[in-house]
Write a protein that binds this ligand. Structure first.
Ligand code: CMP
Length: 594
């Protein structure tokens, strides 16, 4: 094969085989992830037949990790995490420590160095959020209290691993590793040669860089990034919007790796967190999802490529040892911790089942360990064997936990009380989030057409763009929304409730589906009437600029709105003489301008 098609060959074979194996896995009721890993094994150098370009696959995988972490950041809910912190933080930290000690101890019994043992132990200690979310989703348990405890626990693990990924290069020298020769700058700029007296300095510099990055990302990010996205959304081009989301995700990840020496994964995670605060985050998530899925698949394929299946025959005992740590060691540790913290056995069982697998972070960590010459190559194969097997049996583990939970007699009162408090906090967190979402919620394109017949002539895509431009607003009964004589900044579309327009001498009620505030925007004059909410009301507001641009693009709707404004102006001019003498004269009539 000519060498210039290596990328195409890798992509094509990766996707084709991942699809075929993933489909078969699905038919066998296994997670498709198992199929992707096996597809990687099939195109890897350890099995006969086609061998994909490992270096290229590695880079594609890195893109997958960046997009995955971007997605984790986008869905990061600080409120949920706060609600479960009392169990998730000590639980995750304690369980990581216990599992790492067991794993490292086992490796040292095999004669491995402390550094190698540490990397192995850490890799085995962290479960896969991707696998857990899929498993919970299949069982409809994502939003149950136990499900949310498990997710919170895994997020704490992920965050701890992000820290480990940043610190490992700084400590690699001390642990007996060396800086990678291939300039693997992706996982931190601090070299692994910082042993001895330079270590502390390296560590301080690394942490300072990470701190600077996080501070800059959290201070400027939420101001700049949503602003950019909004500008792009205004153009109405879906393509440009998707592109801007990718540019933000990959740009921040790559730029921060270059500037601050943080990992691509951390950079991408913060790009996601920054965006998650914006009301455009759902759209950003939806737009980046297909790409994220595709590259995540390539990530698993490329991990599979590194797997040497002969390890199962060569070192069956080591594989069994690794599996025991993942399936039994972690589960026992988690059950113990949850019970000691005073939560019920059912919670303990759900959390243990959730933890009884390893995934993406283990691979990233193992890859990093290998590039710093900390982990022997068979370490990666062992971790992969552990991941493949544990992910494969994870549905069985969950089913087993369910069966056990069904047999548990009533929860003791003290544990029930503690669990009840946690449930209350979770409910409060959910409520808070729902409130926030409701405040941000506009309409789906379908709802928009249903609620506002004015927009029914638009195509779904045009409506989608329009929805992006709306700012939701609410009002209490009696709240003044528009004051006569004020300058105009927006038009209002009533999505629910009722308002009263007070023109001199006449009061007009407007309801859901109506709009107001258009006259001054059209004419450039001042507001022609007072508008006050009569009921709890919700509106979609369109800023002056967006309103004008929208009308320019849609002449048919412009004509309808202009006609109604002219009618309203006409009506106001024909005020009954009984009207307030100050009010009539200075209200300019709307000019039917575009
Ligand atoms: P504007 O002048 O921007 O601000 C006040 C709004 O009240 C005005 O736009 C119209 O949307 C609305 N309005 C004014 N007069 C009438 C009317 N006669 N009937 C219905 N709505 C009106």
């Amino acid at each position: 094969m000519p060498h210039d098609v290596a990328l195409i060959a890798t992509l094509a074979m990766g996707f084709v085989l991942a699809f075929v194996f993933g489909f078969i896995a699905n038919k066998l009721s296994l997670p498709p992830l198992v199929g992707y890993l096996l597809a990687g094994v099939a195109v890897g150098p350890f099995t006969p037949g086609f061998v994909a370009d490992t270096a290229l696959a590695g880079q594609l995988a890195e893109v997958g990790v960046m997009l995955l972490m971007f997605g984790v950041g986008l869905h990061f809910s600080a409120a949920d995490l706060m609600a479960v912190r009392r169990i998730a933080v000590p639980g995750a930290v304690g369980q990581i420590v216990i599992a790492t000690v067991i794993g490292a101890g086992m490796a040292m019994l095999w004669g491995w160095s402390f550094g190698a043992g540490l990397v192995l132990g850490l890799s085995l200690s962290v479960a896969s959020t991707v696998v857990l979310l899929k498993a919970l989703d299949e069982r409809n348990a994502v939003s149950t209290p136990n499900g949310r405890i498990a997710v919170g626990w895994l997020i704490v693990e992920d965050l701890a691993m992000v820290l480990v990924l940043v610190l490992l290069p700084a400590f690699a020298g001390l642990l007996g590793g060396q800086a990678p020769v291939d300039g693997h700058a992706a996982h931190g700029a601090a070299g692994g040669d910082g042993g001895g007296p330079g270590l502390l300095l390296t560590l301080v510099i690394t942490l300072a860089k990470v701190g600077a990055f996080v501070a800059i990302a959290m201070i400027f990010g939420p101001r700049v990034v949503p602003w950019i996205l909004r500008q792009v959304a205004r153009t109405g081009s879906r393509e440009l919007f998707t592109l801007s989301v990718l540019a933000v995700a990959l740009g921040i990840a790559f730029g921060s790796a270059k500037l601050f020496g943080v990992s691509f994964a951390l950079g991408a995670f913060f790009a996601g967190v920054v965006l998650s605060e914006s009301d455009l985050s759902h759209k950003a998530a939806a737009n980046s999802l297909p790409l994220q899925d595709a590259f995540a698949v390539l990530f698993f394929v490329s991990v599979g490529m590194l797997f040497d299946p002969s390890i199962i025959v060569r070192e069956p005992l080591m594989v069994v040892g690794v599996l025991l740590v993942i399936l039994v060691g972690k589960a026992v540790a988690a059950v113990g911790i949850v019970l000691v913290l005073g939560y019920p056995l059912s919670t303990a069982l759900v959390v243990s089942a959730s933890l009884a697998q390893i995934g993406e972070f283990s691979f990233i960590l193992a890859g990093l360990g290998i590039s710093y010459h900390l982990l022997p190559p068979e370490g990666l194969s062992l971790i992969l064997a552990g991941a493949l097997l544990s992910i494969t049996v994870s549905p069985l583990v969950f089913a087993g936990a369910d069966r056990l939970i069904a047999r548990i007699p009533a929860i003791p009162a003290s544990r029930a009380a503690r669990f009840g408090r946690l449930q209350g906090e979770l409910a409060a967190a959910r409520e808070q989030m729902e409130k926030r979402l409701a405040a941000h919620k506009t309409f789906t394109p379908e709802e928009l057409a249903e609620r506002f017949p004015l927009f029914s002539s638009l195509t779904p895509e045009q409506r989608e763009v329009l929805v992006l431009h709306f700012h939701p607003a609410t009002a209490q009964p009696g709240q003044r929304l528009i004051r006569v004589g004020d300058e105009a900044d927006a038009a209002y579309f009533i999505s629910s409730g009722e308002v009263e327009v007070a023109t001199p001498g006449r009061k007009i009620k407007l309801r859901a589906g109506d709009f107001f505030g258009e006259m001054a925007l059209l004419s450039g004059a001042r507001r022609s009437a007072d508008v006050t909410a009569l009921d709890y009301s919700k509106f979609l507001m369109l800023s002056r600029r967006d309103f004008r641009q929208f009308l320019k693009k849609h002449p048919a709707i412009r004509d309808q709105i202009t006609a109604l404004a002219a009618q309203r102006g006409e009506m106001n001019r024909k005020q009954p003489e009984t009207g307030d003498p100050d009010g009539g004269g200075d209200t300019p009539a709307p000019a039917p301008a575009a």
